[in-house]
Write a protein that binds this ligand. Structure first.
Ligand code: SAT
Ligand code: MN
Length: 599
């Protein structure tokens, strides 16, 4: 029962304004989860998969217009445009609330209003934060139950007075009496709004039911709002995986990695090292909340409790742990359906079945010439279903970070790996990250490289210049020897014919080995214009079918390409305006000078 007066009042106001037929307070129980899924099956919004092949699994098909995050409909409604900064869409918060209040009026007619009390982070962690999402989508409720900790224990903390973020969501498709519902109701693009009010820590989302647009604990809270909390309170909310690596000698390392959406965070977080004696365990695959520990080191928690992973390309070969995790109790969205009631997607391994229903439910054969699964098809699964999950993944204080990786999809220029020359240079490396745009966002520029600082371009809830300053300031709070080492990695370099030069996946353990040995001062490197790059003898190639020449190609620094990179970075830095820290401009000048001095 809701006893918190503020919450009670909010719920009452919303009920009066959005006029749902029913109100349901979620208790987060297994029984509730199953009941909601059965209801979705009953009304034709979900398909229960063959329980002999995939027990406890369901397939949802979204509206073809509602398949990914909508960045151009995502808003940071800070009090002033300058606070949102040049990389965010800004609308005056008063105006935006007026517009959205009109859309919300009567929007839950014919529907149930669900109240989801949720916690980001382990219930007993001092770094966890609470939220309440109100939604009219049962799909959102069931996904939130996997991705966050939902239910009565959270409500009790809210009743006891702990603060929470208010997150409002509607699919934006009210039902008139007698009107039949759609399997995946949503609103047209120009009515979609994914809005954040950083000063009041509120989220208002309207019109989309998909992923980060609708599961508001994820990008909206744990990144956009939390980045503002972190700025104000001295911590960091980052778009990073968290990986635990153990050497053959039993030494444990923790690595965070910032990569844009659909660039392999989940695969790296669940890596199976091909190098003898090394083991990897998963702490998180998408978001890290990073705090300075009493020991002066940076510690990370995973605020989520599940994985919302990209399905296409996931196979027992590329990501064994993810495939094991999704063998049961998983929600699939926009994958294909086999004739025997199982799911299928491109890159699952083996030949394509002779007949499928594609992600839109249409007949499909290998001759169809279209993709059977949507490129941004997803699985939603509890984190503890991954065999690779670390036993201490829910440690209340988190894990101490040894290294931070930054990287994106770059077919050229950026070497396989290099280490920063200093903390400040490492923040510069994060600031200049570039990556080809993927299907995780609805965009007509998929495939084009864009700058994406620390993979936070779509997720930073305030001015990007202030954000980069905040990263620089971390170093002022502790001593240099306590800070993680910073590395840039690029698994996606290609030759002239477009073939990937590096095998990736489990073989990335060879790069990870070099990285953690660098942290201990054990492995070699040569100092180049861009940073410390391993020599070909520094990367362990035992058992790998790749020549030293090929590795040398992967590690080359091409002066002309890098000078072109500098020009593109300068252009990008200019667009950030005067708030970009002068230190980062200095790093750019120094980089250019070092490149010019190259033979
Ligand atoms: O934002 S989503 O959760 O839909 C996926 C992503 O872009 O990382
Ligand atoms: Mn992500």
């Amino acid at each position: 029962m809701i006893k918190n007066e503020k919450l009670k009042q909010w719920v009452a106001e919303l009920e009066a304004h959005m006029t749902p037929d029913r109100v349901h307070l979620c208790d987060g129980s297994q029984e509730e989860y199953e009941r909601l899924l059965a209801m979705e099956v009953e009304r034709g919004a979900a398909i229960e998969l063959n329980p002999e092949l995939r027990p406890g699994c369901y397939l949802f098909r979204s509206d073809p217009s509602d398949v990914a995050r909508v960045e151009n409909r995502t808003f940071i409604a800070a009090e002033t445009e300058d606070e949102a900064g040049p990389t965010n869409n800004w609308i005056d918060p008063v105006e935006l609330k007026q517009t959205m209040s009109e859309l919300y009026r009567g929007c839950m007619k014919g529907r149930t209003m669900y109240i989801i009390p949720f916690c980001m982070g382990p219930l007993d962690s001092p770094h966890s934060r609470l939220g309440v999402e109100i939604t009219d989508s049962a799909y959102v409720v069931t996904n939130m139950c996997i991705m966050t900790r939902v239910g009565t224990p959270v409500l009790e903390m809210i009743n006891a007075g702990r603060p929470y973020v208010a997150a409002l969501h509607s699919v934006g498709y009210p039902l008139e009496p007698g009107q039949e519902d759609l399997p995946w109701p949503c609103a047209p693009m120009e009515q979609k709004y994914i809005s954040h009010f950083p000063e009041t820590r509120e989220i208002w989302s309207y019109g989309s039911g998909y992923g980060g647009n609708a599961l508001l604990g994820k990008k909206c809270y744990a990144l956009r709002i939390a980045s503002v909390l972190g700025r104000d309170e001295g911590w960091l909310a980052e778009h990073m995986l968290i990986l635990k690596l153990t050497s053959p000698e039993g030494e444990v390392f923790h690595i965070c990695g910032a990569f844009p959406s659909a660039c392999g965070k989940t695969n790296l977080a669940m890596i199976e090292p091909t190098l003898e004696g090394w083991t990897a365990e998963t702490i998180g695959d998408d978001i890290a909340w990073i705090h300075l520990g009493e020991d002066g080191r940076l510690w990370a928690i995973n605020p989520e409790s599940g994985f919302f992973g990209v399905a296409p390309g996931t196979s027992y070969k590329s990501n064994y742990n993810a495939m094991k995790a999704v063998e049961y109790n998983t929600i699939f969205t926009n994958t294909a359906l086999t004739d025997d009631g199982d799911i299928w997607w491109e890159g699952m391994g083996g030949p394509a079945p002779e007949h499928l229903l594609d992600w839109q439910g249409r007949d499909w054969t290998p001759d169809s010439g279209t993709k059977a699964a949507h490129p941004n098809a997803r699985f939603t699964v509890r984190a503890d279903q991954a065999p690779s999950i670390a036993p201490d993944w829910e440690a209340p204080q988190g894990v101490p970070i040894d290294a931070i990786l930054v990287g994106g999809r770059r077919s050229d220029t950026i070497p396989l790996v290099y280490e920063s020359l200093s903390w400040q240079h490492g923040i510069f490396m994060g600031a200049i990250m570039g990556s080809a745009i993927t299907a995780a966002v609805i965009s007509d520029q998929v495939g084009q490289v864009r700058r994406d600082p620390f993979a936070m371009l779509p997720f930073c809830g305030y001015h990007i210049g202030d954000y980069l300053r905040h990263w620089l300031q971390v170093a002022e709070q502790t001593s240099a020897d306590k800070l993680p080492h910073l590395f840039s990695v690029n698994w996606f370099r290609q030759d002239e014919e477009g073939n990937f030069l590096w095998p990736g996946f489990g073989e990335n353990s060879r790069v990870l080995k070099w990285i953690v040995e660098r942290c201990r001062g054990l492995s070699g490197a040569r100092k180049t214009a861009v940073g410390y790059v391993p020599g070909t003898e520094d990367i362990d190639l035992t058992g790998l079918d790749i020549t030293a020449d090929q590795l040398a190609d992967l590690l080359t620094i091409d002066r002309d390409k890098w000078l072109a990179e500098v020009a593109s970075i300068r252009h990008n830095f200019e667009s950030y305006g005067p708030k970009l820290p002068a230190e980062l401009w200095q790093e750019l000048e120094s980089l250019e000078q070092r490149l010019q001095a190259m033979a």
